[in-house]
Design a binder for this molecule. Structure first.
Ligand code: SAH
Ligand code: SF4
Ligand code: F3S
Length: 432
């Protein structure tokens, strides 16, 4: 008889894909079926994030609630980045946890399930050539990992400690996965890695020389692929060749994530980001110039230790010049095992004030951007049913669109006219 699996995923898109891999392995080798009813589950998994302090606290409150609600005999496993960084401490703080499996050890899930108090948090483990089973949460959009780990070692970031060094996945394995997803109906391929435009730097085994631009060109030729997205590229590696392929390949969605972190060259140097304010502005403004329809998103950390008012003003200046369509902004959060962990923090009230100033300015910019979309026509790929007979999709440049309709729109790319722009979403009507 099948057993039931409940899985909760926190963190980034890489965790979403890791959870899909876990589900596939458990369906294939242990006959599990997914449930969203925790009390029915024989196995409860939480795939965790460590990037800031808050999600780590969330882990312990969540698993405490799981332990109370679960049926007798059900197992609890902790996966992902916090599993990597806290390791055996999780057993100490939550003795009812059955196993701990670090972010880079996903392919060991069946072994973890079958040995008492299994723990594996090895950040040198290499499953870059492991062929995971098949499971996708959406038939329309396929996440595909192109690398594991990260070599960058930005001073504030815990990811290199949880996911280890960067290794690229061989081109033929990526293409095989893309072909399979496209054959199964996914028109959109979403490439994932911590540093995607550094693809090809290092493989586990000998491999022909290939870079991210080559990879994009190869994927765009796969039958059935209509849209390609990727995250995260690094501003440092946005050379002219990469921008040229981005603009001229008509399968690549015109949406670029450019994680700025700070607009101050001094703070960028302290963070070891490898680029200056001028380099970032040069790349972003060039991109706006050669690709007027592009949407640019970014990540920003305010109040990194040592950030002066002038440094913060530099960040605001970049925001005013680039006018990002989307900003993910965070207060600096000291993370264990990182070089920035022991620096003298900026007072929290100053950090909060800067975060608010930045977010308020972004809201003004966003309102102007969204208003300008009124009456425009976009090709929208419909992916999700929403309540009140609404269907959600995205434009090629990544605006979120809602129209009235039913499931027959799902999986289709249709022309939509915008009739009511709101701050977070454009309301439209299908015109063809
Ligand atoms: N590889 C991606 C980042 C992944 S982490 C990149 O370089 O863009 C996602 C975002 O979390 C980062 O871009 C950063 O803005 C934020 N972040 C990472 N560590 C943080 C910390 N210690 N405090 C606050 N935000 C942090
Ligand atoms: Fe973290 Fe920097 Fe790597 Fe991104 S590039 S995952 S911020 S170390
Ligand atoms: Fe979080 Fe790990 Fe992703 S720390 S952001 S889940 S790489």
């Amino acid at each position: 008889m099948s057993k039931f699996l409940f899985i909760q995923t926190l963190g980034c898109a890489m965790n979403v894909r890791d959870s899909e891999h876990i589900i596939a392995e458990l369906q294939k080798s242990a006959d599990y079926k997914l449930t969203d009813d925790l009390t029915k589950a024989d196995l409860i998994l939480i795939n965790t994030c460590s990037v800031r302090e808050k999600p780590v606290h969330k882990l312990f409150s969540e698993i405490g609630a799981f332990e109370k609600a679960k049926k007798s005999g059900a197992k609890i496993g902790v996966l992902g980045c916090t599993a990597s960084h806290l390791g055996a401490e999780i057993f100490k703080r939550a003795p009812y946890v059955d196993f701990v499996l670090g972010a880079r050890n996903t392919s060991k899930i069946v072994a973890a399930l079958n040995s008492p108090k299994f723990i594996s948090t090895d950040i040198n483990y290499d499953d870059s050539e492991y062929a995971f089973g098949d499971f996708r949460s959406s038939p329309y959009k396929a996440y595909v990992n192109i690398m594991i780990g990260c070599d960058k070692k930005c001073t504030y970031c815990i990811v290199p400690q949880t996911r280890g060094d960067e290794i690229s996945i061989p081109l033929n394995l990526i293409l095989k996965e893309v072909e399979k997803a496209a054959t199964n109906g996914a028109k959109e391929i979403f490439l994932l890695g911590q540093n995607v435009n550094n693809y090809g730097k290092r493989f586990s085994n000998s491999h022909k020389k290939v870079d991210f631009s080559d990879l994009l060109n190869e994927i765009s030729q796969v039958n059935g692929v209509e849209r390609i997205r990727f995250t995260s590229p690094h501003p440092l590696h946005m050379d002219d060749k990469f921008l040229d392929v981005f603009v001229n390949n008509n399968k690549i969605c015109k949406s670029m994530h450019m994680p700025l972190q700070s607009g101050s060259t001094k703070i960028l140097k302290d963070m070891k980001r490898g680029y200056t304010k001028e380099w970032f502005l040069n790349r972003a403004l060039k991109l706006r110039n050669i690709c007027p329809e592009v949407c640019i998103s970014t990540d920003i950390i305010v109040a990194y230790p040592g950030e002066s008012n002038d440094d913060f003003e530099d960040t605001m200046d970049v925001i005013n010049q680039v006018k990002f369509e989307q900003i993910f902004s965070f207060k600096f959060s000291p993370r264990p095992l990182t070089p920035a962990a022991n620096l003298i923090p900026i007072e929290d009230n100053i950090a909060s004030m800067r975060l608010k100033m930045l977010q308020d300015r972004h809201t003004q910019i966003l309102d102007e951007i969204m208003l300008k979309q009124n009456g425009k026509k976009f090709e929208v790929y419909f992916e999700e049913l929403r309540e009140n007979n609404q269907v959600a999709g995205r434009t090629f440049s990544n605006f979120s669109v809602l129209v009235k309709g039913s499931e027959e729109l799902l999986g289709k790319i249709l022309e939509v006219e915008i009739i009511e722009p709101k701050r977070m979403v454009l309301y439209g009507k299908v015109i063809s």
